[in-house]
Ligand binder design. Structure first.
Ligand code: FE
Length: 239
């Protein structure tokens, strides 16, 4: 993406005109859409999703963007840039008990101490996992997610299956993620919304006493901060 102000204006202008040209054909197809879940049992994508897909398809078709570049950008925000912020917060809490206390008391302020905050993260709560309590985050309504600390939500987080099943059978869902919790561990499911976003503070794995903050942060996966994974002593697992 261009970093010059001139480049940003040009890009905005281009996107605006492209979106305007899409609006008419999309509105004309609106009346033909079936309601979600009616008919063949398949969900019809929402209009915003259709518009984004149409816009992306058009940009690719006209050679304005490279799909591989788009995928790389999305992948970076999903798995690298965003979750690394959250991992920084988690690692700081592991090495600094006073920071951890502030984080559990006023998460928004404590996260802002490390420079993270803003839209989609302006009212944060941090949920501490312990040997007896495991926290798991979902947004049953849509896909609310703490962008400043976790980036963009992964596809599975937005899927109707995850959103519906995690409140009915959280242990079953966790097993599908490869996390089989003992029966004596209480599973708490937290439903995100437009006001409050959650970040799970996973347990610090055993055998990491010698590691500093940066090395600890490298162990923390995105999924462990949503609650669908634990942190292993060696880096790995789903990210
Ligand atoms: Fe939501």
């Amino acid at each position: 993406m261009s970093k010059s102000s001139e480049g940003q204006v040009d890009r905005r202008t281009f996107l605006s005109s492209s979106a305007a040209s899409l609006l008419v054909p999309l509105q004309s197809t609106q009346a033909q859409e079936r309601p979600v879940g009616v008919g063949n049992g398949q969900s019809v994508a929402s209009n915003p999703a259709l518009r984004v897909k149409a816009l992306e398809s058009l940009l690719i078709e006209k050679g304005m963007v490279d799909p591989a570049t788009l995928d790389a950008i999305v992948e970076s925000y999903e798995s690298k840039i965003g979750p690394r912020n959250g991992a920084h917060v988690v690692a700081r809490a592991w090495v600094d008990s006073e920071y951890k206390a502030r984080l559990l008391t006023d998460a928004t302020a404590a996260i802002a101490e490390l420079g993270y905050g803003g839209s989609q993260g302006d009212h944060m709560m941090v949920l501490e996992n312990t040997p007896t309590v495991h926290n798991l985050v979902v947004c049953t309504l849509c896909s609310c997610y703490p962008w400043p600390v976790l980036g963009l939500p992964p596809t599975w987080y937005k899927s109707p299956a995850y959103r519906a099943r995690v409140v009915i059978d959280p242990r079953g869902v966790l097993r599908e993620f490869g996390l089989d919790l003992p029966e004596d561990v209480e599973v708490r499911v937290w439903d995100s919304n437009a006001q409050t976003r959650y970040l799970v503070l996973p347990e610090r794995p055993a055998g990491t006493e010698h590691l500093g903050e940066a090395d600890l942060a490298a162990l923390v996966s995105r999924d462990s901060m949503v609650g669908t994974a634990k942190v292993a002593a060696a880096a790995g697992g789903r990210s």
